[in-house]
Design a protein around this ligand. Structure first.
Ligand SMILES: [Fe+2]
Length: 410
């Protein structure tokens, strides 16, 4: 990411630091870092030892309800009817997973009772609806609609959610690291001029919250494919200062500066994050390919080595059969896919697209869960055959002389 600092940190690392000068207890310095001591790190100064426990609670293994479909086809699911409920942790309902990534839908209706820390993976939460404040040991991170909220492993946190806001999140977990793509960064790590975002578009913690409180504090830690519970007798937000490259942050999809070309650009032009064996892309509203002969929708393509999932976040998808805001498509490996019949002809000459979509491509097969099964739309598999599937409900502006095109561009 980049170097950030909040609160008070000493001039040198690994020296004696006391919160209130001579006579007060030493602060506890914690180095929180990736890849042993070779990756990015942050140094935090705690009032108490972060190891201090009052009691050890139970361990609950994660249970995944996998759905193994009988057939291999393109799939569509509607996440709108997924029931709201639970808190930002218990409310996550797993949709798909493999060894590199887990994707859940979460529509929390209550705040988290206690604190949570992912001890075995980074998380990204795409905020489709809602907002609030992620309260962390690094400080408060406000988040809003269309934010990607990136939470590094090791971040103890809880949530502040407004009473009246509907929350609808797409949650990603990965045992790897969430990073911006290597090709957007120079050899020092700074984002390059041609990157679709700059450091200014990333927003870290704004305000440190330091509590030197005694009480009963419940912390749930995801480790070893399960949840371990602990009870602390000191407040986990006891950090008086920190500095480094590891901290939670937001990036808003509206700050993604889209790229377009004279002819169609493939999805890597929209890449936002990278993880092990997967990417996350933002298809933002943008001008379309401007050559008079250009085809502004994607060419058919065969994902012979990847699975492609789109979450339709905003814009007009009238030309895509059955696709609405809040739906997902899965175009799995081994099958070609592309625009549906008639949509290319209608899109010719279009100047812009209003679509906003979040895409994740995985290079290893995805496994689905019973949640997908419950919201699966099997008719999507036949939607490229006009003899089997009705035409899109409306062209809605996607005609040769229209200004905008409707339909996904991946
Ligand atoms: Fe695609």
């Amino acid at each position: 990411m980049r170097y950030e600092s909040l609160g008070e940190v000493p001039l040198k690392r690994h020296v004696q630091v006391r919160q209130n000068g001579a006579g007060s207890p030493l602060l506890t310095e914690e180095v929180l870092g990736y890849e042993g001591f070779s990756g990015n790190e942050t140094i935090l100064y705690h009032v108490h030892s972060p190891c201090r426990l009052d009691a050890v609670g139970d361990f609950t293994p994660i249970v995944r309800e996998e759905w193994v479909p009988d057939v291999h086809v393109h799939r569509l699911a509607d996440a709108n009817p997924v029931e709201a409920g639970g808190d930002p942790l218990s409310g996550r309902r797993l949709l798909m997973f493999n060894g590199d990534i887990e994707v859940s839908i979460c529509k929390p209706t209550t705040e988290l009772d206690g604190f949570y820390r992912n001890g075995e993976g980074d998380e990204v939460i795409y905020v489709h609806r809602g907002g609030g404040v992620l309260r962390t040991m690094f400080g408060r991170v406000p988040f809003r609609e269309k934010d990607y909220l990136v939470i590094p492993r090791g971040t103890t946190h809880t949530w502040e959610l407004p009473d009246d806001a509907e929350q609808f999140w797409v949650c990603f977990h990965t045992p790897g690291e969430i990073e911006t793509p290597n090709r957007y960064r120079n050899r020092y790590g700074q984002l390059l001029e041609h990157s679709p975002f700059s450091q200014r578009d990333f927003h870290g913690p704004l305000e440190l919250e330091t509590f030197d409180d005694t009480g009963e504090f419940h912390v749930t830690v995801r480790v070893r494919d399960g949840f371990q519970r602990y009870v602390l007798d000191r407040h986990p937000f006891d950090v008086v200062g920190w500095d480094g490259y590891v901290f939670p942050y937001t990036f808003n999809a509206d700050d993604f500066e889209p790229r377009a070309g004279r002819f169609h650009l493939p999805p890597p032009a929209h890449q936002t994050f990278q993880g092990p064996n997967f990417v996350i892309c933002t298809f933002a509203p943008r001008m379309l390919d401007w050559d008079p002969e250009a085809v502004p929708l994607p060419y058919h393509h065969s994902n012979i080595q990847s699975e492609e999932v789109m979450f339709y976040a905003d814009g007009d998808y009238a030309a895509r059969k059955g696709v609405e805001i809040g739906c997902l498509t899965l175009h799995p490996s081994g099958l070609p896919h592309g625009p549906q019949p008639g949509t290319v002809e209608k899109a010719l000459g279009a100047k812009a697209t209003s679509e906003l979509a979040v895409m994740w491509d995985t290079f290893r097969p995805l496994r689905l869960t019973t949640l997908w099964q419950a919201h699966d739309k099997p008719e999507y598999a036949l939607s490229w055959n006009p003899d089997k599937s009705p035409a899109p409900a409306s062209s809605n502006g996607a005609s040769a002389d229209s200004a905008t095109v409707t339909g996904p561009s991946a």
